[in-house]
Write a protein of this length. Structure first.
Length: 171
């Protein structure tokens, strides 16, 4: 009986090796183009101030999905927190953002870099009686500050400033 088990025991290492998970080949990163990196200057931990220099919020901005997306987590001192998911869409060669905050309707923006700043605009007027378009601009300023400007429009042609925030890196 012992001699009959020896051939089976000889097969055991090969059987165990076949049952072990095989390492998967590492796929090369897919979102490493300059277009995918166009919003990298906004990534970081920030204190956000109004134009008078008063701190109004904190914001954490990270890259995720193998560098294919930029996520903002907005934590204001007053008002509802919010989150935006931003990504460069290779099918239309545009940046997209979906903003979600509390019970307010989500907002979708589309755009690209214009004169060194990220500029994204809603595709049309938003819901509700005011029916406004919205546009966001993220400008790089001296000292590594990122200025975020949101503007509104009732006709998509003339714009008025609704929000300005200066993102300063936390130390």
């Amino acid at each position: 009986m012992r001699y009959q088990l020896l051939p089976l025991l000889a097969l055991l290492p090969a059987t165990l090796a076949a049952q072990q998970p095989q390492p998967q080949p590492k796929m090369p990163p897919t979102c490493t183009t300059p277009n995918h990196a166009a919003f990298d200057y906004w990534v970081g931990e920030w204190v956000v101030a109004d134009t008078a220099g008063k701190d109004i919020a904190e914001s954490s901005i990270t890259k995720l999905a193998d560098g294919c997306a930029v996520l903002e987590v907005w934590r204001p001192k007053q008002g509802p927190p919010g989150t935006s998911l931003n990504w460069f869409e290779t099918t239309d060669k545009q940046w997209h953002q979906v903003w979600v905050a509390g019970a307010t309707p989500s907002v979708t923006f589309i755009g690209n870099v214009v004169d060194g700043a990220m500029v994204m605009t809603t595709a049309g007027p938003g819901p509700g009686p005011q029916g406004r378009w919205a546009r966001g601009r993220w400008l790089i300023r001296p000292g590594g500050v990122v200025r975020q400007i949101f503007e509104n429009s009732t006709d998509g042609k003339s714009w008025s400033v609704g929000f300005v925030g200066d993102y300063r890196r936390k130390h």
